[in-house]
Design a protein around this ligand. Structure first.
Ligand SMILES: [Zn+2]
Length: 217
């Protein structure tokens, strides 16, 4: 599947809300993880965040144009809310069954993280939802000015929830390997330990040349 991922704001003068945390930082962190995780699952991703923006409307227009040119299957805009509320909500264009389906599945995954369910909503007044050629959803993950929401903020978990909602697949969680599990015991072979990273990289290179699959741990 081909996704447009829209990391909200982050293109001055298009800047996000400021509360306990800054929306720009959160959309960037979560959005980057979502992009990485979708690619890992084999999906094509177009990052539509513009490099330069002349105005807020220019910022929004550029995002939609890039998405439209790339004929994506789904446009996903990632935002954080502000204004005194709490919890998650997802917007879609009324009548878009695809938009509605993805809005509901993403929202239900976010709610599992403990965020209040504010429901799926009419996004017809939102520029990107209205103008993207593909079905589009806009996720308001949580509120940057809510103490409760911000105390729950975890970019990794939020990104996993969004990806699960979009693909039905949970991305790999980085679970530590259990040492005492005999059946899954991993025996690592070490060929060197270096204080200088260059030396470690040189050794990896040498091993790779000999056909070994080496990694720096
Ligand atoms: Zn926003």
């Amino acid at each position: 599947m081909k996704f447009a991922i829209d990391i909200g704001h982050n293109c001055s003068p298009d800047i996000g809300a400021k509360g306990i945390k800054f929306e720009d930082a959160l959309t960037k962190e979560v959005g980057s993880k979502v992009i990485e995780k979708l690619k890992k699952l084999g999906h094509e991703v177009i990052n539509v965040l513009p490099v330069r923006c002349n105005s807020v409307s220019d910022s929004l227009n550029r995002r939609v144009q890039v998405s439209n040119l790339n004929n994506v299957n789904l446009y996903v805009s990632i935002h954080f809310n502000a204004g005194g509320g709490q919890g998650s909500e997802v917007y879609f264009y009324p009548g878009s069954t695809t938009g509605e389906r993805y809005s509901k599945s993403v929202l239900s995954e976010l709610v599992k993280l403990g965020y209040k369910n504010r429901g799926v909503k009419n996004g017809s007044s939102l520029y990107v939802v209205r103008n993207a050629k593909a079905p589009a959803i806009l996720i308001e993950v949580s509120f940057v000015d809510s103490k409760d929401d911000m105390s729950k903020y975890n970019a990794e978990k939020i990104a996993n929830a969004i990806v699960k909602g979009l693909t039905g697949k949970a991305p790999e969680e980085s679970v530590p390997v259990k040492d005492n599990d005999k059946e899954n015991k991993i025996y690592k072979v070490q060929v060197g330990a270096f204080t200088d990273k260059n030396n470690a990289e040189a050794m990896v290179q040498k091993l790779k040349e000999k056909g070994f699959n080496a990694v720096i741990d």
